[in-house]
Design a protein around this ligand. Structure first.
Ligand SMILES: [Ca+2]
Ligand SMILES: [Ca+2]
Length: 277
């Protein structure tokens, strides 16, 4: 009788251990679940209806470049960031700050087009949203003020007023000199020698800040001739940057001006803003 009791006891222990090894462990399973995202990404988006506009610049403009072929284009509705992406926003998503001129409210720079794609991928995973870079046409549409009453620079037609809207190049001292051969050599001071906080200066007519100046902004597109326009020396690999920067003249800050850069390279004068459908 005692013998049978010991056998039963062993059987019970073995059976219990066996069951324990095979049964799902709700606590263990719970611990493996990823923690809910706590990403706070406060990034105001300006919604634009889209419409027709003439992209590029007229042949009669004295300060234009050959790649700015004037042509009509239709833009679908989209959203674009009110500001350039700041350093605290980049750090929040990526965990590091690559910028040369550091300050949490300054625009992030020293980011390649390829790194920006990774930023967007991570951001979309953490927020469930569908951010992307603007197309070159969307960028120019937004910078110039939409379909009507378009301006040469973001916010103004007057290079003598540009320092109110944009952070671009100016000497530390000197008297402002008007345009010489299409180049605004010594503009009035805008208050910053290098990058300025992204929420600074006056916005353009759509309420968007710093599209001219501060940092160039990566666009999604490759640098190619516009559809239906005469071909120019296309850089097939390069991606478009727009708007000029703190180190550029007013001419480079024109909304029609096209810049380009290899997608893997980074400089302290190139950043970006986000867009969405
Ligand atoms: Ca400046
Ligand atoms: Ca800019």
């Amino acid at each position: 009788m005692i013998f049978r009791t010991i056998l039963s006891f062993h059987f019970l222990i073995i059976f219990t251990l066996s069951l324990d090894a095979q049964a799902p462990n709700p606590l263990r399973g719970h611990a493996r679940r990823p923690k809910p995202s706590k990403l706070v990404f406060n990034y105001p988006i300006i919604r634009l209806e889209g419409g027709d506009f003439t992209m590029g610049s007229p042949d009669t403009a004295t300060d234009r470049n050959d790649d700015e072929c004037h042509h009509n284009i239709t833009i679908a509705a989209f959203g674009i960031g009110m500001y350039e992406i700041s350093q605290d926003q980049w750090t929040e998503v990526m965990g590091y700050n690559p910028s040369h001129f550091t300050g949490v409210t300054l625009p992030v720079e020293q980011v390649s087009w390829e790194e920006v794609q990774l930023f967007i991928k991570n951001l979309n995973e953490k927020t469930g949203k569908h951010y992307r870079l603007p197309t070159e046409a969307e960028w120019e549409f937004a910078a110039g003020g939409g379909s009507k009453n378009r301006t040469k620079y973001a916010g103004t037609n007057n290079p003598l007023e540009l320092h109110k809207f944009a952070n671009f190049y100016h000497p530390k001292t000197g008297t402002p000199i008007p345009i010489v051969n299409g180049e605004f050599v010594y503009p009035p001071t805008d208050g910053y020698q290098t990058t300025a906080p992204v929420k600074n200066y006056k916005p353009n007519s759509l309420g968007i800040y710093n599209m001219s100046g501060n940092v160039w902004e990566w666009c999604q597109d490759r640098y190619l001739p516009y559809d239906g326009c005469r071909s120019h020396d296309a850089a097939l690999i390069s991606r478009v940057v727009r708007g000029g920067s703190w180190v550029n003249s007013a001419r480079m800050c024109r909304v029609a001006n096209r810049g380009l850069n290899a997608p893997e390279l980074k400089y302290d004068l190139i950043g970006f803003r986000l867009a969405e459908d």
